[in-house]
Ligand binder design. Structure first.
Ligand code: NAD
Length: 333
């Protein structure tokens, strides 16, 4: 089986090469993103292995199909970047890694919350310079605060358990109430209550037409003044312009982002010598109560190991005319 990787990084190569010892596939790693101009590189490959910011729309799928690609193997959980209807129309299968380590993302969510609250990033720099003043570093006890989670899937539930460990009251909303809610101690509620009562709001739902810009001027106006907003899911859950207005009016007092709607032009690359052209992103960076990481919540050795293993298992199932972790267009509604 010949597999072509797009948007590959040295760590992908390292973890996939190790996992491939069991499978013996021909893996070819390309650094370029998948898009219309690069899809032709898949000539002769049956499988294209793609990541979160690769473009897998109808045009790209058409070119891939013409090159002989039959399987799109996502090495991530989210599949919002794939036109699943177009894939189905072309007879192509799409597989993903539905779960690899919910702990990786949930724990990063807590890293953002704790850093924003206790300002350890600023303390680190101060102490290195011999400045031990505490002005500006005051935080609040998480114990007793109300955290509202939107999306109670694998990551949302792990985040809820961790927050319960801190002594938070945890509210949760999902389109389907998970059975574990009572056992974990999550108060299952509606979005209105989450917005009205939460000191911290964290997003753990997928990007779908229903969740696109779920955080917008209206929802922000329903939140508690001084709210902390965290997004480790997908950038387009948030209307960044509305969030900037919320930060300026101090309706939002803390913002932690691991994802950003226009991240495809920024994240995973070293742009330190370049002029960043995205003025909305640069405005976000200018607030000292905003903490942005570049889509690294998944990035633990445990997660990378699992991602490689499950992706190759998905490909093996396809090679055996079976189906494992396939996604269908009905899931994109
Ligand atoms: P999951 O499928 O287990 O859970 C998602 C939950 O969201 C489900 O319970 C679903 O019912 C719920 N949901 C769907 N539509 C909703 C809506 N309109 N309102 C409220 N809830 C809704 O997925 P997961 O593994 O918990 O991952 C959650 C998201 O995290 C993924 O979709 C992905 O976008 C993101 N993610 C980010 C990273 C990262 O590195 N930052 C890594 C992995 C996943």
């Amino acid at each position: 089986m010949d597999v072509l990787f797009f948007s590959s990084k040295p760590y992908d190569e390292q973890f996939f090469a190790r996992a491939n010892q069991e499978f013996g596939y021909n893996l070819k790693f390309l650094e370029v993103h998948l898009q219309q101009s690069t899809a032709i590189l898949a000539k002769g490959y049956k499988v294209a292995c793609v990541f979160v910011n690769d473009t897998v729309d109808a045009e790209v799928l058409q070119i891939l199909a013409e090159q002989g690609v039959q399987l799109i193997a996502l090495r991530c959980a989210g599949f919002n970047n794939v036109d699943l209807k177009a894939a189905e129309a072309l007879g192509m299968k799409v597989v993903r890694v539905p779960a690899y380590s919910p702990y990786s993302v949930a724990e990063h969510t807590l890293a953002l919350i704790l850093t924003l609250n206790r300002k350890t990033h600023r303390a680190y720099n101060r102490v290195k310079e011999g400045n031990f003043a505490l002005n500006g570093l005051m935080g609040f006890d998480l114990h007793g605060k109300t955290a509202g989670l939107i999306g109670l899937g694998k990551i949302g539930l792990v985040t809820a358990k961790i927050l319960k460990g801190f002594g938070c009251r945890v509210l949760g909303y999902d389109i389907a109430k998970p059975a574990e809610c009572e056992r974990i101690g999550i108060e299952f509620t509606d979005l209105k209550t989450i917005y009205a009562e939460s000191d911290i709001i964290s997003l753990h739902c997928p990007l779908t037409p229903a969740t696109y810009h779920i955080i917008n001027a209206d929802s922000i106006s329903e939140m508690k003044k001084g709210v902390m907003l965290i997004n480790t899911s997908r950038g387009a859950l948030i209307d960044a312009v509305a969030v900037i207005d919320g930060l300026k009016s101090e309706q939002i007092s803390y913002l932690g982002l691991d994802v950003y709607e226009e991240e495809a032009d920024l994240f995973f690359e070293d742009l330190s010598e370049k002029v960043i052209q995205d003025d909305i992103f640069m405005r976000l960076l200018s607030f000292n109560n905003v903490l942005i990481t570049g889509h690294q919540a998944f990035f633990t050795s445990n997660a990378l190991h699992k991602i490689a293993e499950i992706t190759l298992e998905n490909i093996a199932a396809f090679a055996a005319n079976a189906s494992l972790n396939e996604v269908k267009s009905a899931q994109q509604a």
